[in-house]
Each structure stands twice: as C-alpha cells, then as structure tokens.
Unconditional design. Sequence first.
Length: 239
Amino acid sequence: MENLAKGDFINQNQEDNDRKNITDESADNNDQLAEDSENINKNSNQTTESDFVSQDPLVQNADREQRTVERPYIKEELILQWEALERPYKKRTKSFFWNISLLVILICLILFFAKEYFFALALISAILLLYVYSSVPPQMTNYYITNYGIRSGEQIYYWQECKNFWLIQQDNFRLINVDINRIPFRLILVLDERLGDDEMKELFSYFMPEFKPPDTTSDKVISWWKKTFPFDFDNQVKK
C-alpha cells in the first residue's frame, strides 16, 4: 500500500511538471507571435511610406512644383455700363398723402377694434416707408455688368447668387427685376433709355434664365390696393 501511494504521488508530481512546461511553452509562443506581429507592422508602415514618397528626385521636384502652383486669377472685365436712378421714383403731392392717410387711419381703427394689432402696425409701417421713399428723391448711380456679376453702387451681386430675371414697365421707368439668394432677395435695376429690351434680354439670358415668378401675397395686396383706391391721379403728380 505504501508503494502504491508513493507511486501515485510521483505520478502526480510528474503531471504537474508536464502541465507547467506546457504553460511556459505557450507563454513563449505568445511572446514570439507578438514580436513577429510588431515586426510585420513596422515593415508595413515602411512599405506604405515608400509607396507615397518617391525616391526619384525628378518626381519629387514635380510634386513640389505642383503643390506651389496657384490657380490662375480671372480678371474682372466690364461688359456693360449705364447711369440711372437708384430706384424708381415718382413725386407725390400733399393731397395724395392726406387721402391715403385718412384711409389708413380708418382701416387701422377697424383692425384695432378687431384686435388685429400686428396687421395695423404693418400697415402703418408700409405707409411710413412709402412716405420716406416718395419724399426723398434717389440719387444717380452707375450700374456695371461684368463677368463677375452685377455692380450697383458699392455692392456686387455675383452671377452664382442670381436665379432669374424679367423686364417690367412701371410708370415711366423700364426695370429689370433679378431674384437672388440673399438679402434683399430681389434687385430692381433702372434701365437707361438708350438700352433696348432685346439687348438686355440677350445679355442677362447668358447668365440666368428669363422667368417671372408667380405673384406673392404682398404683390397681390399692392395690386388690389391700386385698383381699389386709385389715388394716383395725373393731376396729383407734381411734374
């Protein structure tokens, strides 16, 4: 019995030693795999850099010159120029403002009783703006049409910002309306009498389509106002 027990103890020690040897070998293999993987990554990085950086001096000089070359500058060139008023203008008389003021006061009273304060204030603001525009004559300005865009005074509106245009006749003025993508969203260009409609259509059609958009709500309100309350008689205009 003692011999059997001693044999079992020896076998158990031998199994433990074998298990320990296997564990050490596994750890050594893992260390070797990690080292091989690190060497592969280093070689891969070196290969990638060599792929992107050429060793040929001629190629390197060509790449350097390509990076330093700037885009050619396109000089602004004048296409057409004319001088006209900054905006359409028509002189109003005092009787015109008296008549329209009485009507606005009546409408505002109705709106205040209906508690429509916002519309009343908007109507008063529109009348004040009309008074300012009618009492202050506009100055003469130069309009420039270039390969960059439209220059009016000190402002420039690039062709990339313009959407469409159309010609209209308002009072004694011929106008070009241009819709743009930024404030004021619509340009009104007063044309010179010497400029023909066909000439302007051909020029502007090169940069944008000719198209008159549908009337907005404000356009419809203004049209209804002019038809319903025709205060603008010829004998009221001071020439």
